[in-house]
Design a binder for this molecule. Structure first.
Ligand SMILES: NC(=O)c1ccc[n+]([C@@H]2O[C@H](COP(=O)([O-])OP(=O)(O)OC[C@H]3O[C@@H](n4cnc5c(N)ncnc54)[C@H](O)[C@@H]3O)[C@@H](O)[C@H]2O)c1
Length: 290
C-alpha cells in the first residue's frame, strides 16, 4: 500500500533531534524523500545515516537556518537533490531560559527570536516559489504556549505566537496559488526541553507542565510526528490556516487535572522509530536556568 506521503519531497528543519528527528522517520516511512536540516552537524549525520541504512531517500543540510544564505541554500539543496519540493516543515527552534521577564537575559531573547521566528520566515520565503509549482504545503511548529501564557519564558511563547499568526497570513495569501499553510501545536513533549536535567525547566515547572495536561503525561515525539504527516498529506487537502493542537488537552484544562489520571493510563505508546537524539536537542545551546 502506498504511504500517505508517497513520492512527496519534504524539508524538515530541526531534524537532528527531538520532534524533528521523529518527523523525518515518519515522513520517510510514509514514502517521502526527506531533506533533513539542522545546525548540529553531528546529530544530523546520525539521523541521515540511520535513515539511509533503512533504505530511505534522504539528503541533509547542516547550517543555521536563521541565516538567509543557509535558508536559501537548504531549499536549493532539496530541489537539486530531488527535483522538486512539496512540503516544508518549519520545526527548528530553541527553548533557552527559565527566568522571569524582569530578569530575562537579553541574549537568550535574541537567540530565541532568531531560531524560532527568523528561521521560520526565511525558510518559508525561500520555499514558496517551489511550493507554488507543486501546489505544496507548509507545516510549522506552533505550541500551546502560543495560545496560553507561559511564565518564566515569556518570550518563548511570543515566538510561537508569531509562528502561528504568520502561518495564518501565509495561508490567506498563498491559497490562490494552491499552497496550504498550517501549524501543529504540541503541548509538553518528551524531548530535552521538558526535563529538568536536560533543559532550563526546574523541577516545579516540569511537574506543572505535565500535571496540567488532561492525559497526565508528555506526548511522545512519534505522537507529534503522526499529526505532522496527516496535515502535510493530501488527506488534509481542505485544511489550511489551521492551528492543529496535539497537546494532551492542556489548552482546555483548568488546574492540575492530569494528577487524577491513574498511573497505568499515563503510560505512553511505544516508539517504533530508531531515534538517536530524542533528548539531546539542547546540547551545545547554552541554556540559562533560574
Ligand atoms: N518539546 C516540547 O515540549 C514542545 C512543545 C511545543 C512546541 N514545540 C516545538 O517543537 C519544535 C521542536 O522542539 P523539540 O522539543 O523537538 O526541540 P529539540 O531541541 O529536541 O530539537 C530542535 C532542533 O532544532 C535545531 N535548531 C535550533 N535552532 C536551529 C537553527 N537556527 N537552525 C537549524 N537548526 C536549529 C536544534 O539543533 C535541534 O536539533 C520547536 O519549534 C518547539 O518550539 C516543542
Amino acid at each position: 500500500m502506498p504511504g500517505r506521503l508517497q513520492d512527496k519531497v519534504a524539508i524538515i528543519t530541526g531534524a537532528g533531534a527531538g520532534i524533528g528527528e521523529a518527523i523525518a522517520h515518519k515522513f520517510a516511512r510514509e514514502g517521502a524523500s526527506v531533506l533533513v536540516a539542522d545546525d548540529n552537524a553531528d546529530h544530523l549525520r546520525d539521523v541521515d545515516d540511520t535513515l539511509r541504512r533503512q533504505g530511505c531517500r534522504v539528503a541533509s543540510y547542516a547550517g543555521d537556518l536563521a541565516d538567509e544564505r543557509h535558508a536559501q541554500a537548504c531549499v536549493q539543496a532539496a530541489v537539486d537533490k530531488f527535483g522538486r519540493l512539496d512540503i516544508l516543515v518549519n520545526n527548528a527552534g530553541v527553548f533557552l531560559a527559565n527566568a522571569e521577564t524582569q530578569e530575562y537575559p537579553v541574549e537568550a531573547f535574541d537567540r530565541q527570536l532568531r531560531a524560532n521566528v527568523r528561521s521560520c520566515f526565511l525558510m518559508t520565503r525561500a520555499a514558496l516559489p517551489h511550493l507554488r509549482k507543486t501546489r505544496g504545503n507548509i507545516v510549522s511548529a506552533g505550541s500551546e504556549s502560543g495560545e496560553l501564557g507561559i511564565a518564566q519564558n515569556t518570550p518563548y511563547g511570543a515566538t510561537k505566537g508569531f509562528v502561528m499568526a504568520f502561518m495564518k497570513g501565509v495561508a490567506v495569501e498563498q491559497a490562490k496559488h494552491g499552497v496550504r499553510a498550517n501549524c501543529v501545536c504540541p503541548g509538553p513533549v518528551d524531548t530535552a526541553w521538558t526535563h529538568a536535567d536536560t533543559g532550563p525547566m526546574d523541577e516545579q515547572m516540569e511537574q506543572l507542565v505535565v500535571a496540567s495536561t488532561l492525559l497526565g503525561r508528555r506526548a511522545t515525539v512519534q505522537e507529534i510526528a503522526n499529526a505532522y504527516a496527516f496535515i502535510a498529506s493530501d488527506e488534509a487537502s481542505y485544511i489550511t490556516g489551521a492551528m492543529f493542537f496535539v497537546d494532551g488537552g492542556v489548552t482546555v484544562a483548568k488546574g492540575n487535572v492530569g494528577l487524577q489520571v491513574p498511573e497505568e493510563l499515563r503510560r505512553p505508546p511505544a516508539i517504533d522509530f530508531e531515534l538517536k537524539h530524542t533528548r539531546s536537542g539542547l546540547a551545545g545551546k547554552r541554556t540559562i536556568e533560574a
